[in-house]
Design a protein around this ligand. Sequence first.
Ligand code: PAF
Length: 284
Amino acid sequence: MPEFAIVRTVADLRAQVGAWKRSGQRVALVPTMGALHEGHLSLIALAKTRAERVVASVFVNPTQFGPNEDFDAYPRGEARDAELLAGAGCDLMFAPGVAEMYPQGFSTSISVTGVSEPLDGAARPGHFNGVATVVTKLLLQCGPDVAVFGEKDYQQLQVIKRLVRDLDIPVEIIGAPTSRLEDGLARSSRNAYLSETEREVAGRMNLALSEAVRRLKAGESVERVEATGRAALERAGFQRIDYFEVRNADDLSHPGPGTLSGPGRVLAAAVIGKTRLIDNMAVE
Ligand code: PAF
């Protein structure tokens, strides 16, 4: 087999991963929706430290987009993705078509309660069922030893950790730190939608989050920090704020009023122009 290959069927994926495993090599999976950027490449780099072989899946998953969301507009560019993956030392790209993932008659949905319900779960009904279903399929199709996901999608990461525990899927889930641009904006495929002026506004979300972390550490109350954060996003020019909230880090339950006592996470989602951005930061 050449150094880097593209496969499109579950059978070909399993054949290659099976051969690696039989020869004693550990396999890592990095699930993506393509439109790759340096953030994704940092996930590949992390995966390479944890396994001899790295598989990246590239699949724009229709079931995680709502009817009025950007599924059609989502940036796609398979040739460029393949080039970037090969350059980053990825061994195999799994790029299935929709019919391979959701054949005629497909009728199953994985639903994770609790951790998937607030925040993006409330703002994007059905989104996490789509994510949980496709990630479960990818894990069962590939059978990796480890799978790497970015902390930028922090709630998604917690949903995936929960489903892997609940369904006894034998894989270690690793969260990778958010990759950021010079002004702190989290790298995202959706940044490509931003105009020059929107890009400036976008760069203020991470400032509002780090200010919230600073205030929480200084003992300011959760409700005050949330109100100040929302006001900062409004002032920055975001047109719709879906949430700016402080949550407990592990199960994303709300810590209630008063000061934060355990490890927390501040999470935000807001819209500028046609682009919905999310980001989050740890309060350790
Ligand atoms: O984070 C993403 O890119 C997607 O939600 C994922 C995990 C690849 C599932 O489609």
